[in-house]
Design a protein around this ligand. Structure first.
Ligand code: PXP
Length: 241
């Protein structure tokens, strides 16, 4: 068990604010640099089909300036295979995407999309990019993910994060913990994320198999009030076990 969970900072919502005026500020590339200075272990961005926040320009600059690891979340489709092959992030996370959604609504249904995912995984692997799948805390999905031949899975913590009652949160946290254990037994490295904030992250950090968390909205929201570096440092402090 490692004594601290790595932090991937998702800077999408810095770009959301920029796109509100279609200008150049605030710049997610600058936010990423500040997050790294404050101790982020990686930078994550989601290039969506509708380009509602992150743009190719951001990806290009981030590829050239991120010193830690650049993780690109993207849909499994030929356009994104091309993007991954062009920009070569260190890591790509395959996520489901629906145009009308406010944010990623759930994990990828690996069982339902098996043949598409097999093809995408093979093509992205040719680009020499490490791959993970964003999956719900469901054993069958994790087993199917392991069979795809990827080495990492990011467990969706949204249901846990959204749980209103403490008993419900405990049940959802337990599901994440059980699936994390099962994933590790299947030889997968385990990441997690979605909806985590400065309060609910504490319980997820205690799951020994989880080595990295991807956190975006809570950090960017806090950064608006206290600055990016402080927001990242405060989150990093919570990731020690
Ligand atoms: N992980 C994945 C796969 C995501 O799609 C997102 C949202 O872009 C996150 C983590 C971060 O979620 P949040 O912004 O709620 O921290």
């Amino acid at each position: 068990m490692v004594d601290a969970v790595r932090l991937g900072v998702n800077v999408d919502h810095v770009a959301t604010l920029r796109e509100a005026r279609k200008g150049s500020d605030p710049d997610p590339v600058v936010a990423a640099a500040l997050a790294e200075l404050a101790g982020a272990d990686g930078i994550t961005v989601h290039l969506r089909g509708d380009r509602r926040h992150i743009q190719e320009r951001d990806l290009d600059l981030l590829r050239r300036t991120v010193h830690t690891r650049l993780n690109l979340e993207c849909a499994a489709n030929p356009a994104m295979v091309k993007i991954v092959s062009t920009f070569k992030p260190d890591h790509a996370t395959l996520v489901p995407e629906r145009r009308e959604e406010v944010t990623t609504e759930g994990g990828l249904d690996v069982l339902l999309n098996l043949s598409l995912l097999k093809k995408t995984v093979a093509e992205m692997r040719d680009a020499n990019v490490e791959l993970s799948i964003f999956a719900d805390p469901d054993y069958d999905q994790i087993k199917a993910t392991a069979k795809l031949g990827v080495r990492m899975v990011e467990i969706n913590t949204a249901k846990y994060a959204e749980a209103r009652r403490p008993e419900q949160a405990a049940v959802e946290a337990d599901k994440v913990a059980q699936v994390a254990r099962a994933a590790a037994k299947l030889g997968l490295r385990v990441l997690a994320g979605h909806g985590l904030d400065y309060r609910n992250v504490v319980r997820i950090v205690q799951i020994p198999e989880i080595e990295e968390l991807n956190i975006g909205h809570a950090i960017v929201a806090r950064a608006c009030l206290v600055g990016m570096e402080r927001a990242v440092r405060e989150m990093k402090d919570l990731l020690h076990r």
